[in-house]
Write a protein that binds this ligand. Structure first.
Ligand code: GLP
Length: 244
């Protein structure tokens, strides 16, 4: 491919678009390893810095992902079909699809429940809660942004490391509590500036807002989570029984 150095389009952008085109036309397939920065730089006759900028943008938009020490790979562009029946965690859902889940913690702090959070968690206003905001990734691609509130009286000694792994695993395995049922709402929306930056999508892209309250067997809520799922990556599946 010829790079047009006189074009008003930045060179990194031209390279980025060319690689996207190769992926869209399946000349580069999911799982394929991209050439190294050095090889790309030689191929396009540009600096490695320019290549790095193009690749970083492709990582942010989910076209490719990096594995430390191994290289950069073409991501699967498929949409995730998420079953809404069953109280499964993000970690379990992504693992079930054969991908690797991970989280980036944006916020981990104790705060005092405001009226709305207290009502949802059925606790008193100003009781202490963990407030955790995480970017949830699958094969290093940002999929969702989740903000969870958990009562510190029920979910004890939660650490940032545990929250970076799986909240449900901690609640069920370490605390021995069983999750009985959830209520969940889903609404359409558009990503604002911060959400789009954290999820690596364009501002205004379609997103799905989900709010889940999960209860223990004594009807005590254990979590209230607001999730923002990428509209381009998720499709929800619901099982509908005749008699429900
Ligand atoms: C899903 C739910 C959240 C829940 C999370 C737990 O994403 N929508 O309400 O908090 O799973 O996931 P994990 O156990 O991986 O932290």
């Amino acid at each position: 491919m010829m790079i047009n150095k006189n074009s008003p389009l930045p060179i990194y952008y031209q390279i980025e678009e060319h690689i996207k085109d190769l992926i869209d036309r399946k000349q580069l397939k999911p799982g394929d390893c991209l050439p190294s920065e050095r090889e790309f730089a030689e191929q396009y006759q540009v600096s490695r810095m320019t290549i790095r900028q193009a690749i970083t943008n492709l990582v942010n938009s989910g076209y490719v992902y990096r594995i430390k020490g191994k290289g950069t790979f073409v991501a699967d562009q498929n949409v995730i079909e998420l079953k809404l029946h069953g109280i499964t965690s993000f970690t379990e859902n992504i693992q079930a699809l054969g991908m690797t889940p991970s989280s980036k913690i944006i916020e981990f702090r104790s705060s005092l429940a405001d009226k709305s959070v207290a009502t949802k968690l059925k606790i008193n206003e100003n009781e202490s809660v963990y407030e955790i905001q995480r970017i949830r990734l699958a094969n290093q691609i940002p999929m969702a942004l989740e903000t969870s509130f958990l009562s510190m009286n029920i979910v004890k000694n939660l650490s940032k490391e545990t929250a970076a792994h799986s909240l449900y695993e901690y609640i069920q395995k370490a605390l021995g509590l069983s999750l009985k049922y959830s209520t969940q709402t889903i609404e359409a929306s558009a990503a604002n500036k911060i959400e789009s930056e954290l999820l690596g999508i364009k501002k205004g892209s379609p997103i799905l807002l989900m709010e889940r309250i999960t209860f223990l067997s004594d009807d005590q809520p254990i979590e209230f989570t607001k999730s923002i799922y990428r509209g381009d990556r998720y499709k929800f599946v619901v099982k509908i029984d005749q008699d429900s």
